[in-house]
Design a binder for this molecule. Sequence first.
Ligand code: SF4
Ligand SMILES: [Zn+2]
Ligand SMILES: [Zn+2]
Length: 354
Amino acid sequence: MNKQGKKNPEICEQCEEKTRVVLPYGPHYFCEKHFTKFFENRFKKTIRKYKLFKPKEKLLVALSGGKDSCVLLHLITKYYSKSNSIQALIIDEGVKGYREKAINSAKNLCKKLKVDYTIVEFKKEFGVTNDTLMPLILSNPTLGGTCAFCGTMRRNLMNKYAKKLKADKLLTGHNLDDEVQSFVMNVFNNDLNRLKRMNATSGVIDYEGFVKRIKPLYETPEKEIITYAAINEIKHYSEECCPYSWTAKRNEYREMLNNFENRFPGTQYSILRFFEELKPYLKPKKNGENKITHTLHECKNCKEPTEKTYCKTCEMIQRIKKEEKKTKNKNNEKDLTHLSKYNKKLTCHTTKNK
Ligand code: SF4
Ligand SMILES: [Zn+2]
Ligand SMILES: [Zn+2]
C-alpha cells in the first residue's frame, strides 16, 4: 500500500514480493504465499461459519479426481487429519477413455496423502454405465438428461456408502460457481422448492437415513481453485471433461455467469450474498415441507430413503431397463458421431477456464 492507502497492483498487499495472483473482485494483489494463505483461511472460515463438521466426526470425501475434489481432500487432510478421521469415496460412472484417467489421479492423491479410499462402480451397483445410458437417452429424450441420471445415481451411492463406511459427513467439491449457477438456474426454472434446499449443507430434511452432505468450498471461486492447485502442485485430472458434459444445461449458465464475472468482478459473490440474505424468508413452513420426514421410509429395492415404494434411482433404472429391452438397438452409438460438434461448442473446457 502507498501513503494514501491505495494498493499497488505490482506488489503483494501483504509483503514486498511481486504480485503473482490478482483477484479483481477485491481487488486483491498477492504473491503465491499470501494467495495460498488467503485461500486456506477462507476455506477454514467457511467450515466454522456454517458449522460444517465437529472434531472427531468421520469425514468421507467424494473424490472424482478433478480439481475441486482433489483440492478439497488436500485441504481437509492438511488441517483436519488430527481432529477427524478422513476417507475418500471414488465413484466410477463408466465413461470409457475419461473416467479411468480421472480415477487414477484420485487414487494417486489418496496414496500421497495416506487416505484410505473405496471405489464403487455404476456397473456393479446398477448394471448400467453412463456409456450404456447415453444412446438410450438420445434415442428417447423423454427419459431425461444423462447428467440427471448420473447425478441421481451418484447421490444414491454417496449416501449408501457414507452409511456403510459409518461417515458422519459426506464432503463434496461444490464451489462458489456451482452454487451461484444452481441459484440462477432455480430462478430461471421457477423452482422455489429446489432453491430452498440449497445450502453449504444438504437439504432441509433431517432424517437418519440421510448422511449430511457438506460443501467446504461453497465460498471459493472455481478459478482460484485452479490457481491454488497449480501453485501448490496438487495433481488432478484436467485434460478433458466428461464427454457428456455438453448435454448439461448448466454449461449455458456457467458461460453467462463467467461473462458477467469477467465484466463486473464480484457478481458471483453478490449473488451468493443475496441468496444468504434471502434464506431466512425461505424457511420451510412449520407444517409444510417438513412433513416429508414423516413419510420417508426405505426403498423396497435399495433401502435408500424415499417417499414412494421405490426411490428415484431405482425408478430410473427400471425405466432404463425397459427402454433397453424395447430398443435393443446395439448400433445406436454409431448415430452419435454427428453430436461431436456440440462437444466442441460447449464443454467445461471452453466455459470453465475463462
Ligand atoms: S458431466 Fe454429467 S454425465 Fe458426466 S460425470 Fe458429470 S453429471 Fe455425470
Ligand atoms: Zn506476499
Ligand atoms: Zn432404491
